[in-house]
Design a protein around this ligand. Structure first.
Ligand SMILES: Cc1cc2nc3c(=O)[nH]c(=O)nc-3n(C[C@H](O)[C@H](O)[C@H](O)COP(=O)(O)OP(=O)(O)OC[C@H]3O[C@@H](n4cnc5c(N)ncnc54)[C@H](O)[C@@H]3O)c2cc1C
Length: 455
């Protein structure tokens, strides 16, 4: 069968992209390596859109939760993943959970029965040299293709681990304790006027207790299949560094020199004394709503992270947009290598979708597949296409991965309200509902304008 678009990878993103193209009358070759004798280390079956771990699509609350809002938006855009999710739904309170076998079977049946979709069980080892392509091979992209992607993008642009430092919502940091300053007040052209880091000061006593907490805290273990993947010194978990010596962190990421604490002023130090140790946060998105804890990638369990990091002065009430982690995960440095339409800048016939773009989660991966399908469809039919506004969940996620995130600290991201243009004028308690109601109305307007209303 000849085809208009070649999709590589039949997971959440690839299946959704195939559906979005097929329902617009565009023919697709969907190459999936499982079923050809190949397997990833996490998948168990040959089924399309297999959920590799939990069976939950997380919150379905579209008024107070960003992922619930994303569900809503995907339903408006006739998402196959959301449709199949409804068929496979099992009770889970306000969350949306599914029977994974029923879900995968429903996605697969829909695509097999669609005359515009040709599912081919094959492993693809090279990016096609021509023809519209969507690569949706996920966090466990087969090695041969990953190597070819490295050749196309450059070695620094494809990561094999996400070494995630926790990311904190700016408005949950206590700025009566923390302060903004760059070390030695150094500036670059891109610097903010006040300085580029939020600094949280620690006394010796607080530092020693914190150091003990890192060493003694509950950690997650690498899975067997993750142990062999090399990771670099730059990804070293903070607790591993802490175990090298009590002062290692004070000479590393928690170094206090050149940072004058304005809340600790003496006659001798009228500009403020240097603390004993410091935790620094650096801006993580253009909006300035998210800040990441520099050097704090960790394998501490989530509960232990929240408990320990809230002992840091200034972060007592921290709300985390995401917690730290270290996992096997193949993903691109999308803000630097992809354009705003998910196309590889060096080979624009190739688009990427799903977790390999640096979004994270079943729903987010499917959403990026959905939007990649829409983009490819517009490109083929020669229609102008503008992305959904950043005030929608799908638009916020897309903006983040295609340029709004800081490229040098880019790590996979779930959808969350910190990605949305802020509504500072709305009281904090009412903000979530304000975000969701603005998003719904903006999505409606965008859908009407782009004539992509659900069939
Ligand atoms: C171990 C693990 C657990 C996870 N748990 C969760 C969770 O509980 N909840 C959650 O929301 N998210 C979870 N994720 C994150 C993520 O959302 C899922 O991995 C999600 O499946 C990503 O969707 P995707 O379509 O991008 O990739 P996938 O669903 O992995 O699909 C990629 C597909 O591409 C195929 N493929 C790979 N290379 C090739 C090739 N060269 N040629 C042809 N086919 C190829 C693979 O076989 C696979 O079917 C987890 C990830 C991992 C690795």
């Amino acid at each position: 069968m000849t085809y208009d678009v070649h999709i590589i990878g039949g997971g959440l993103a690839g299946s959704e992209a195939a559906w979005q193209l097929a329902r617009r009358g565009i023919s697709v070759r969907l190459s999936e390596m499982r079923g050809s004798g190949e397997m990833t280390p996490a998948h168990q079956t040959d089924g399309l859109a297999e959920l590799v771990c939990s069976n939950s699509f997380r919150s379905d609350d579209d008024e107070n939760n960003a992922v619930g809002l994303l569900h809503h938006e995907m339903r408006q855009m006739d998402s196959l993943v959301m449709r199949a999710g409804e068929v496979a739904r099992v009770p889970a309170g306000s969350a949306m959970a599914v029977d994974r076998d029923v879900f995968s079977a429903e996605v697969q049946k829909t695509l097999i029965e669609h005359p515009k979709v040709d599912i081919v069980r094959e492993r693809v080892d090279q990016l096609p040299g021509a023809g519209l392509t969507i690569v949706a091979t996920g966090p466990l992209t087969a090695q041969s293709l990953a190597e070819n992607i490295v050749t196309a993008t450059g070695e620094e642009r494809l990561a094999f681990f996400d070494a995630i430092a926790p990311i904190v919502h700016r408005d949950s940091i206590d700025m009566d304790i923390a302060w903004i300053q760059s070390r030695w007040n150094k500036r670059t052209e891109a610097s903010n006027e006040e300085g580029d880091y939020i600094n949280c000061p620690m006394t010796q006593e607080q530092y020693l207790a914190f150091h003990r907490g890192l060493i003694e805290g509950d950690k997650t273990e690498f899975k067997d299949w993750e142990k062999d993947t090399p990771y670099f010194d730059g990804c070293m978990p903070i607790e591993v560094m802490a175990a090298r010596g009590v002062d290692t962190l004070r000479f590393g990421p928690m170094k206090p020199v050149g940072l004058d604490n304005p809340n600790d002023v003496t006659e001798e130090f009228p500009q403020g004394r240097w603390p004993y140790a410091v935790v620094q946060l650096r801006q993580d998105n253009k909006l300035g709503t998210l800040w990441n804890m520099v050097g704090f990638q960790t394998k501490l369990k989530y509960g232990a992270q929240v408990e320990l990091f809230r002992t840091i002065p200034g972060l007592e009430k921290a709300e985390f947009a995401r917690l730290g982690g270290l996992h096997r995960n193949t993903f691109l440095n999308s803000p630097s290598v992809l354009d705003r339409q998910l196309r590889l800048k060096s080979a624009p016939h190739v688009r990427f979708a799903g977790q390999v773009t640096g979004c994270e989660g079943y729903v987010e991966s499917a959403a990026v597949g959905l939007i990649a399908g829409m983009m490819a469809s517009s490109e083929l039919t020669g229609r102008d296409w503008s992305p959904p506004p950043a005030s929608t969940a799908i638009g916020a996620l897309l903006s983040h991965i295609t340029g709004d995130a800081a490229a040098d600290t880019f790590q996979p991201m779930n959808v969350n309200f910190g990605l949305f243009p802020p509504l500072h004028e709305v009281k904090k308690k009412q903000r979530k509902q304000a975000y969701t109601s603005r998003a719904k109305s903006d999505l409606r307007a965008w859908l009407a304008a782009s004539e992509t209303v659900a069939a």
